[in-house]
Design a protein around this ligand. Structure first.
Ligand code: NAD
Ligand code: MG
Length: 393
C-alpha cells in the first residue's frame, strides 16, 4: 500500500484524485487531506475518508475543523498553517504527494515533498514556474520522482521514451507540440474582450476546473505557464515547443521525432486519466474515465495561436528566455491580476497589461535561493497590486 497525501484536496484536482482512489481500495492509504479555508468540505471529506491528518492552511479554519471533528469518534490529527502542509508532505508514511494547491501557495509544501524524496504528482505548475531550477535540483538531489499531472505534460511524458534522457536530441526528439483548446474566447471579436465577465471567462468549453486556471485558460496564460513548465520538466528551450490550438481537447499533446513520427496521447478531457497514470506509473490502472468514441468525435481541428489575441503566450516565453526570477515575477503579477479580475476590479484585458508592466518595472535576479524567489514574488505582487488599483480608479 502506498501512503498518499493530497495537498489541495477540496479543489478540482484534489476531488478527481479522490475519485480515482475510491476505485482502488487496498492499493493506497490516505495519509493526509489539506485545504485552505473550506472547513465544511474538508470536514465532509474527513468523515468519508478518515485520513491520519487533516491540514487547514488557514489556522483559524484548523481550529474550527478540530472543534467539528471533536464531536465524532475519530483520531484524525488536525494541523494548521504552512508548517502543517510541509509536515504532511514530508512524513515517512507519505510515499506519494499530490501537489494540487493553486498558485504560489503551493510552492513551499511541494518543494518539501521533493526534498523529502517523495513521488511528486505535480498539478501545481506554479511551483515550477516560480522556481524551476531549484525545484528540479531538489527532485534530483533527493531521489524524488516527478510525475506531471497537467494533462499536456502527462501526455508528453507518455509520448517520450521510457528511459528519459536529459537531452531531447539524444532521444531523437525534434519538437514538443503542446495543444491548447483556445479557451472560451478563441473566436470572440478582439474588441469585445475588454468587456467579458469573470463568469464568461470561467466557462471553459471542455474542462471543468478551478477559477484561477479557468481564467488563465481564457487569457492563454495557462499555456504560457505550461511552456515554462515543459521547459523545466523536459529540459527543452522555448523554441522547441510549439503551441497548437486544438479546440476539441482530445489530443492532449504530441512529441515529434527526427524520423518524421509524431506520437500523440488522446483521451476524453478528464483529469482522472493523468492522475491514474501518475499514481500507477509505470503500470496502468482504471481511472473511471469513459472510453473515447472516435466516431462520435469524427474530426480533429488544428490552428495556429493568435498572438495578438493572446499576448500572455509571448510574455511567458520571453520570461523563460530572460531566466532568473523573470518567471517568478510573471507568475506573481498574473495571480494578482487574475484575482482582481475575478473580484470585478479590473478588465479582462488588464491582466496581460499588468503582467507586462510588472515585468518591465521589476528587475529579475538570479534565482539561486528560495528566499530570492520569494522576494521577487513579493515585489511583483506589490507592484501589480498598485497597478491594479490605478487601473480600477
Ligand atoms: P481549485 O481552486 O479547484 O483548488 C485549489 C485547492 O488549493 C483547494 O483545495 C484549496 O483549498 C487549496 N488552496 C487554495 N489556496 C491555498 C492556500 N493559500 N494555501 C493552501 N491551500 C490552498 O484549483 P484546481 O483547479 O484544482 O487547480 C489546482 C492546481 O492544479 C493549480 O496549480 C492548477 O494550475 C493545476 N491544474 C489544474 C487542472 C484542472 O483541471 N483543474 C489541470 C491542470 C493543472
Ligand atoms: Mg494543462
Amino acid at each position: 500500500m502506498k501512503g498518499i497525501s493530497i495537498l489541495g484536496a477540496t479543489g478540482s484536482i484534489g476531488l478527481s484524485t479522490l475519485s480515482v482512489l475510491e476505485q482502488h481500495p487496498g492499493k493506497f492509504q490516505l495519509i493526509a487531506l489539506t485545504a485552505d479555508k473550506n472547513v465544511e468540505k474538508l470536514h465532509e471529506l474527513c468523515l468519508t475518508w478518515h485520513p491520519k491528518y487533516a491540514v487547514m492552511a488557514d489556522k483559524k479554519s484548523a481550529d474550527k475543523l478540530r472543534d467539528l471533528l471533536s464531536n465524532y469518534d475519530t483520531d484524525i490529527e488536525v494541523l494548521g498553517g504552512q508548517d502543517g502542509l510541509v509536515t504532511v508532505a514530508s512524513l515517512p508514511e507519505t510515499d506519494y504527494v499530490m501537489a494540487a494547491i493553486v498558485g504560489a501557495a503551493g510552492l513551499i509544501p511541494t518543494l518539501a515533498a521533493a526534498r523529502a524524496g517523495k513521488r511528486v504528482l505535480l498539478a501545481n505548475k506554479e511551483s515550477l514556474v516560480m522556481s524551476g531550477q531549484l525545484f528540479m535540483d531538489a527532485i534530483h538531489e533527493n531521489g524524488a520522482e516527478l510525475l506531471p499531472i497537467d494533462s499536456e505534460h502527462n501526455a508528453i511524458f507518455q509520448c517520450m521514451p521510457t528511459n528519459l534522457d536529459k537531452n531531447l536530441n539524444n532521444m531523437g526528439i525534434t519538437k514538443i507540440l503542446i495543444t491548447a483548446s483556445g479557451g472560451p474566447f478563441r473566436c470572440t471579436p478582439i474588441q469585445e474582450l475588454s468587456a467579458v465577465t469573470p463568469e464568461q471567462a470561467c466557462n471553459h468549453p471542455n474542462w471543468d476546473m478551478g477559477k484561477k486556471i479557468s481564467v488563465d485558460s481564457a487569457t492563454m496564460m495557462n499555456k504560457g505557464l505550461e511552456i515554462i513548465e515543459a521547459c523545466w520538466l523536459f529540459n527543452a528551450e522555448p523554441e522547441q515547443i510549439q503551441v497548437v490550438i486544438h479546440p476539441q481537447s482530445v489530443i492532449h499533446s504530441m512529441v515529434e521525432y527526427e524520423d518524421g513520427s509524431i506520437l500523440a496521447q488522446l483521451g476524453n478531457p478528464d483529469m482522472r486519466t493523468p492522475i491514474a497514470h501518475a499514481l500507477a506509473w509505470p503500470e496502468r490502472i482504471p481511472s473511471g474515465v469513459r472510453s473515447l468514441d472516435l466516431f462520435d468525435i469524427a474530426r480533429l481541428d488544428f490552428e495556429e495561436a493568435d498572438l495578438q489575441r493572446f499576448p500572455c503566450l509571448n510574455l511567458a516565453a520571453d520570461a523563460m528566455r530572460a531566466g532568473g526570477t523573470s518567471t517568478t515575477i510573471l507568475n506573481a503579477a498574473n495571480e494578482v491580476a487574475v484575482f482582481q479580475f475575478l473580484q470585478g476590479s479590473i478588465k479582462f484585458t488588464d491582466i496581460s497589461r499588468i503582467v507586462e508592466m510588472t515585468l518591465t518595472h521589476i528587475q529579475p535576479a538570479i534565482a539561486d535561493s528560495i528566499e530570492c524567489v520569494l522576494d521577487a514574488d513579493m515585489s511583483a505582487r506589490r507592484h501589480s497590486e498598485q497597478l491594479a488599483r490605478e487601473l480600477a480608479a
